[in-house]
Ligand binder design. Structure first.
Ligand SMILES: Cc1cc2nc3c(=O)[nH]c(=O)nc-3n(C[C@H](O)[C@H](O)[C@H](O)COP(=O)(O)OP(=O)(O)OC[C@H]3O[C@@H](n4cnc5c(N)ncnc54)[C@H](O)[C@@H]3O)c2cc1C
Length: 410
């Protein structure tokens, strides 16, 4: 490996590889020397396992102002960045290289092959074609800023340590803790990394033995945070889009509370207490219903019978006609504001990200350059940016990688 480079990119994830390709492609100087170092034995490890190995590349949301609302952290800073490179550009970028993406009904976009290898191979091939030198099993250990001529890097390749120099450096090492310490040693503020996108552990008799049961539209509230969407009951508690969204927006608060908090569930989307009470009253007054058991005759088709049975358990085996007004009020409250205790954090294996990282105040989003250290750039999850599930996390890597690549090419 040569010891002098124009550009070194540390981290061969989507952000680093995308930046490397863009940098090499956009360089006016055809002899620009671009090196990408990756500590694992191959690049794009997370891409290969992403989206259930199908790779949810991006989201079919082409309006930057709306797109930013899917980022619990970084939305404001990404607003301008998305006007330069957004999901439409991602689709076109892959299309130009022969990779077609398709959109699922919920807006998530995948390669038509449904195979993450298609994305990884396209990126690797594009890097080869652009002339990016890739060194795997090579870790960045330390960085020293040289006043006159860029950076002096300490690097380890397999068991060997050595020093290399570069004029410009992009750090795209994801949530790697050691590298965050290195970045801190250069004067940057690191917002403590904590997990985002996880399921909730909830032990409660109302959802006991109901693993696999789902409700299409619920509203969840945790303090001031509110999310809507589908909810899935699991062996350990609650999952599904509404829960994952809440875990992302409440990531830091939940971390601080050691993953113990009160969760309020409206099983009927945004139905109010009064509206539900009225519907329950009508069910009680309905003659045909009066001799039917409340436990096996739900008043709402949205709620699966097995779940309904457990939610009305406190009423016992009464018929609709025999239920008291007080019981109906209690049931309306149970259905629109059921209280549950989050007792811990599960894992969402399909997608898992970290919030926290390099403080965004210290980065110029027009170039992804550090405001503190000239020639130092950042892209991807190393920054304090994270999105909800749905392809938004890769999109922020493509966007920040693209912008950094352009700046590194200059
Ligand atoms: C199981 C799983 C599934 C996911 N599915 C999706 C999905 O479908 N859609 C979506 O949008 N998001 C998904 N995500 C999130 C997405 O993978 C991340 O947001 C994205 O990979 C971040 O890209 P990155 O390049 O910034 O970091 P990473 O992908 O983490 O890449 C960083 C790279 O840097 C390397 N590295 C670390 N330290 C060093 C060092 N010191 N020297 C050299 N190299 C180093 C690492 O080995 C790694 O290869 C998923 C995440 C997981 C864990």
């Amino acid at each position: 490996m040569k010891s002098d480079w124009d550009v070194i990119i540390a981290g061969g994830g989507p952000a680093g590889v995308f930046a490397a390709i863009r940098c090499a492609d956009a360089a006016r100087n055809p002899n620009l020397r671009v090196l990408l170092i990756e500590k694992a034995s191959q690049t794009l490890g997370k891409v290969l396992i992403s989206g259930g190995r199908r790779c949810n590349v991006t989201h079919a949301c082409f309006e930057p102002a709306q797109l930013v609302t899917y980022y619990p952290r970084g939305g404001m800073e990404l607003r301008g960045a998305f006007s330069r490179f957004q999901p439409k550009d991602t689709v076109e970028w892959f299309d130009a290289r022969g990779v077609k993406l398709k959109t699922e009904s919920d807006g998530r976009m995948f390669p038509v092959t449904d195979d993450a290898n298609t994305i990884a191979e396209c990126l690797r091939e594009s890097a080869r074609e652009a002339g990016v030198r890739v060194e795997v099993r090579t870790s960045l250990l330390g960085v020293e800023k040289r006043l006159a001529d860029g950076f002096r890097l300490e690097v380890q390749h397999e068991a060997k340590r050595f020093i290399i120099h570069t004029k410009k450096l992009l750090i795209a090492t994801g949530s790697d803790r050691k590298t965050l310490e290195t970045i801190q040693s250069l004067g940057h503020t690191i917002i403590e990394p904590v997990p985002s996108l996880f399921t909730f552990n909830v032990k409660d008799k109302r959802i006991h033995d109901l693993a696999g049961v789902s409700v299409e539209n619920v509203t969840l509230n945790m303090g001031a945070i509110s999310t809507r969407g589908a909810l899935l009951i699991t062996h350990w508690g609650l999952s599904g889009p509404a829960v994952l969204r809440l875990s992302a927006w409440g990531a830091r608060e939940l971390f601080e509370k050691k993953y113990r908090a009160k969760l309020i569930v409206n099983w009927l989307d945004d139905y109010s207490f009064d509206k539900v009470l009225e519907i329950l009253g009508r069910n009680k007054d309905w003659k045909e219903n009066s001799r039917k058991k409340i436990s096996t005759n739900p008043a709402f088709s949205q709620i699966p019978v097995r779940l309904w049975k457990q939610l009305v358990h406190f009423i016992g085996e009464k018929n609709w006609g025999d239920v008291s007004k007080a019981e109906l009020r209690k049931l309306a409250s149970e259905l629109t504001a059921g209280e549950f205790e989050i007792q811990g954090k599960g894992q969402f294996k399909e997608e898992f990200v970290t919030c926290g990282g390099v403080s965004l105040k210290e980065v110029d989003f027009k170039t992804m350059q550090s405001r503190l250290v000239d020639g130092l750039h950042f892209a991807g999850e190393v920054l304090d940016i994270d999105g909800i599930t749905g392809g938004f996390n890769f999109q922020s890597s493509w966007t920040t990688g693209w912008i950094a690549g352009n700046a590194l090419a200059e």
